[in-house]
Design a protein around this ligand. Structure first.
Ligand SMILES: Cc1cc2nc3c(=O)[nH]c(=O)nc-3n(C[C@H](O)[C@H](O)[C@H](O)COP(=O)(O)O)c2cc1C
Length: 243
């Protein structure tokens, strides 16, 4: 996809400028302090590989506290178009078996080491939650794309909650998410789709985010009404944009 044309207002922005500039905005001090706290939390979250997630993981109360944040996701129609399945440590062998068999299905030439690596992925983080999208059902007519947005927001809330508690967290996916074996293991209903695993634990060597996040200048433009060539002015109805 072509990147959108940057508007003049945003064209000269560099990554990070938005965050810096915001501190000088006129605003109620309490609101601004709350914004800055939220910004710190959101911007310091980053993906941690499950290989680096060790014990201790969150306890039962912490798990429920974090999962309850999922319910704060925007949800058009109030249909909760997602659900989460925790696969406890003692049940991970069955998940690992699915990962291993799926690899063999995809690649008959997979080496024993590759098969063991696939199996081992199920055993890494102290807490492994499978995120399942509920994309189709007889409930209200909310399209799959909107449901996925709701689910993404729910996942992000969980990641942020875990991060706020001091845990590391990372997402993993892969082709096994769509496999028949995984569907059977998790008893997925028609219209349900496993999307990714949310892995949570204590991060070894906690770090700051590694990647430079894109600046709004790369994904935000202001729509400007086209100039009506015959009159040399913006078409009827566009005036409100200039108010
Ligand atoms: C639906 C989804 C699935 C993902 N699956 C994987 C994965 O299989 N392996 C992986 O290393 N990262 C996976 N990620 C994490 C991204 O790689 C990570 O978010 C990205 O590198 C940006 O890094 P950040 O989250 O630290 O900003 C996934 C992310 C999403 C949203």
């Amino acid at each position: 996809m072509d990147s959108p044309a940057a508007s003049p207002i945003l064209m000269n922005m560099e990554p990070g400028m938005c965050s810096g500039a915001i501190t000088s905005m006129h605003h109620d001090n309490d609101d601004m302090a709350a914004f800055l706290d939220a910004r710190d939390l959101i911007e310091s979250r980053h993906n941690t590989s499950p290989k680096r997630l060790l014990e201790p993981g969150p306890g039962e109360e912490q798990i429920l506290a974090v999962l309850s944040l999922a319910a704060a996701a925007p949800d058009h129609g109030g249909i909760t178009p997602w659900r989460f399945v925790i696969v406890p440590r003692e049940a991970r062998a069955a998940l690992g078996h699915v990962f291993a068999l799926d690899l063999i299905d995809r690649d008959a030439g997979a080496t024993l080491q590759q098969i063991e690596d696939a199996r081992e992925k199920a055993h890494r983080a102290p807490l492994l939650i499978v995120a399942i999208a509920r994309l189709g059902s007889s409930e209200r007519d909310i399209p799959p794309l909107e449901r996925m947005i709701s689910m993404g927001a729910a996942v992000q809330n969980i990641l942020l909650g875990a991060h706020a508690m001091g845990f590391g967290a990372g997402l993993t996916s892969g082709r096994a998410m769509a496999s028949r074996r995984l569907r059977e293991l998790l008893a997925l209903a028609d219209g349900e789709q496993a999307v990714c695993c949310i892995n949570i634990g204590t991060a070894t060597h906690p770090t700051r985010p590694k990647r430079a996040r894109p600046s709004p200048a790369t994904f935000l433009t202001y729509w400007v009404p086209p100039v009506d060539a015959s009159h040399g002015r913006a078409p009827e109805g566009a005036a409100y944009l200039q108010d």
